[in-house]
Design a protein around this ligand. Sequence first.
Ligand code: ASP
Length: 454
Amino acid sequence: MKVCKFGGSSLADAAQVNKVIDIVLADPARRIVVVSAPGKRHSGDTKVTDLLIALAETALKGDNTDREFGEVAERYASMADALKLGDGIVKLIEDDLHGRLAQAKSLAPEEFMDLMKAAGEDNNAKLVAAAFEARGRKARYASPKDTGMVLKGSFGDATLDPESYARLSRAFSNFEGIVVYPGFFGYTREGKVATFPRGGSDITGSILAAAVCADVYENFTDVDSVYPCDPRIVEEVKNGDGIPTMTYREMRELAYAGFGVFNDDAVIPAVKARIPINIRNTNHPSAPGTMIQQSRRVVPGTVVGIASADGFCNIVVEKYLMNRQIGFGRRLLQVLEEAGISYEHMPSGVDSQCVVVKECYLPKENEHKILQALRRELEPDYVTIERDLTMVMVVGEGMCYTPGMLAKACLALASAGVSVSMVNQGSSEVSFMIAIRRQDRDPAVKALYRAFFS
Ligand code: ASP
């Protein structure tokens, strides 16, 4: 059995919904269909989730909601009309929205906001199920409440209660036909609607794939596959250059440094259950996409992708004979822990220790306080914070046990005139990270791509 998830752009209008139905019907193994709310139809458009947030905000202020309500209702009505679903479904969706809006005063604001956000997926699942029926195919909407998708944590940032797996698996045992399931939300133990973080329909799909032990989790989006590097940076990366297979480890490393196909949380349930993930394109369903799995055949000396992420800074601490001071590293990290700063990497020299952190955790206005605390705790010879760093990750299982990979990268960077600030490679050898100045990012990624892929 396959669980397939379709994102907002795949369901933005009636034509897209028909494509989705064609895809599902083309393979009888596609039995569980997880849907997002309708997304953008064109670049200037607004996602239904964003329209719902605006509607909720207006309702919370106690202002008239007619305009915002109309915008949301119109998105569904135009789809229902083009799909010839009749007025019944439009009435159902409008009544549902009115019912939710009526709770603006009785719920806490964050609870109300989640209730409204979830309406995007919930009503779209009902509409898509009706669209299957209109094409003469049996499909039923399944509700996260009835199937036991119980979430915990904060509203807007909820996580799955692990006991849900058993309930979901029971709910889906022996089911018939096609089930259309809304992504992005579940219910708390108290029965309140709670949503995952934005983009959370991927998480729902991954959870269901794990719960039913699917053969594959197909994630349909609007790209043919995962590309070996950002085509906006390297123009010569073309459609056919997609990555056919990659391992979970490779995906994680690339996602860490900015590959936006999946968010980290989304992959966890499928990865833990060892379900292969297939990234595919709704607008080009014959393309095989990228398969992400536990292992793959690896050609030694090859790289799967090059990722880059901006927005890092480096805390540099120098102290003569640092290596003889027991507890130096612990005290350094304790300063960061007490300031609530999570760190990313810790490359070190003989008498220097660097800690790489995301700039968003260490804004400029907090810099003075942190530097003071480090001076007090460590009495260093020198301490500073370097900003505007970019992390470039070169990733590939094929790098393991292959001499010369780092040399090749450094040579490519040197030829492009890029100076390397730091290098970090873990013992897994599945990736190495190179820190460079932000302004060198594009020439660096281009040079690395040409060195490893041309
Ligand atoms: N509709 C939600 C969002 O826009 C969730 C999703 O599409 O995955 O964030």
